[in-house]
Design a binder for this molecule. Structure first.
Ligand SMILES: NC(=O)C1=CN([C@@H]2O[C@H](COP(=O)(O)OP(=O)(O)OC[C@H]3O[C@@H](n4cnc5c(N)ncnc54)[C@H](O)[C@@H]3O)[C@@H](O)[C@H]2O)C=CC1
Ligand SMILES: N[C@@H](CCCCNC(=O)[C@H]1CCC=N1)C(=O)O
Ligand SMILES: [Mg+2]
Length: 263
């Protein structure tokens, strides 16, 4: 399980603002606009209780504080409980939380106590990053390259398929790639050796825990790389050389997707 580090979360407000302006450039809408349009919901000051959780690797420095900043950015009224775990959950409900946000090492959830809706960060992240990329105003075709088909990547690839895109997919885990090819009907495509069907993409989606997974050969001018994967899927040089519009942010876009999906 790739866990966030406090370094990933530094200047979360700045990272969120920069990601928002990239989303606006690519789609003409900001993150709020995408979430509103996609989920058909809008926040009206729901109270969000953020509960730190000590299990497993324990509390991640600035994780709760980052969620507090993120929920505020999207117009929610939020608080972090003083206590963690069960006591924190009790404190959140007693203090009027309508939505609970909490994460252990495997699951990061949003639970709306009023309507019973619950969301998981992994599919919500894959789907919203795919949704953003699918709205690339200057896409040259409906072809998409999706690298990394795990708990975040698979739902993202599935979303592109449901939206009628032609998905070329790759995962280092051959068995997983095979499973995904048969279940989603995507086209297997290894970006590192594709001499047979050489091609470039204007929409690329990446969800792996590895750096530099997108080689120069598949990048087209002014392409969009929508990547929740940490660390970054391409080098700064390649990003500059091809005028790549990078949609990448460590926590906020996925959290917004979770929140809008439970309203
Ligand atoms: N930005 C955000 O909001 C979020 C980011 N993440 C990050 O997304 C990444 C993926 O998370 P999960 O899907 O939960 O992990 P996962 O382990 O379920 O999936 C990762 C997949 O990438 C594949 N992979 C690894 N190296 C590869 C390579 N070099 N080329 C192609 N495929 C490769 C693995 O075989 C695996 O199937 C992690 O870095 C995680 O930290 C996760 C949640 C939210
Ligand atoms: N229990 C800790 C939080 C652990 C979060 C682990 N999950 C991740 O790092 C996922 C969530 C989005 C990206 N990666 C705390 O309450 O401080
Ligand atoms: Mg995010």
């Amino acid at each position: 399980m790739a866990l966030l580090t406090p370094e990933d979360l530094e200047n979360i407000n700045k990272q969120l603002q920069e990601a928002d302006s990239s989303v606006r450039k690519v789609t003409g809408l900001d993150i709020k606009g995408i979430c509103k349009d996609f989920y058909g919901t809008t926040p009206c000051c729901e109270k969000v209780g953020i509960v730190p959780v000590t299990s497993g690797n324990g509390i991640i420095g600035s994780f709760s504080a980052s969620l507090h900043a993120i929920t505020g950015y999207f117009g929610f009224d939020s608080f972090v409980t003083d206590m963690p775990d069960v006591s924190g959950y009790y404190e959140a409900v007693r203090n009027g939380a309508q939505i609970i946000l909490m994460a252990d090492d495997n699951t990061f959830l949003a639970h709306n106590l009023k309507n019973g809706k619950i969301a998981n960060n992994q599919p919500c992240t894959g789907i919203i990053y795919a949704e953003i990329a699918s709205r690339h105003l200057k896409a040259d075709s409906k072809d998409v390259l999706a690298v990394g088909l795990g708990k975040v990547g698979f739902p993202g690839a599935a979303h592109f398929v449901h939206k009628g895109f032609r998905v070329y997919g790759y995962d280092a885990d051959k068995a997983l790639l095979e499973k995904t090819v048969s279940s989603l009907g995507i086209i297997p495509f290894d970006p590192d050796n594709h001499s047979d069907n050489f091609r470039k993409f204007s929409i690329i989606f990446e969800a792996t825990p590895c750096a530099n997974t997108i080689p120069e050969s598949v990048i087209s001018e002014n392409c969009v790389i929508s990547t929740p994967g940490i660390p970054c899927a391409i080098s700064k040089e390649l990003q500059k050389k091809y005028g790549v519009e990078l949609i990448m942010e460590p926590l906020g876009i996925g959290t917004a997707s979770m929140l809008y999906s439970v309203l």
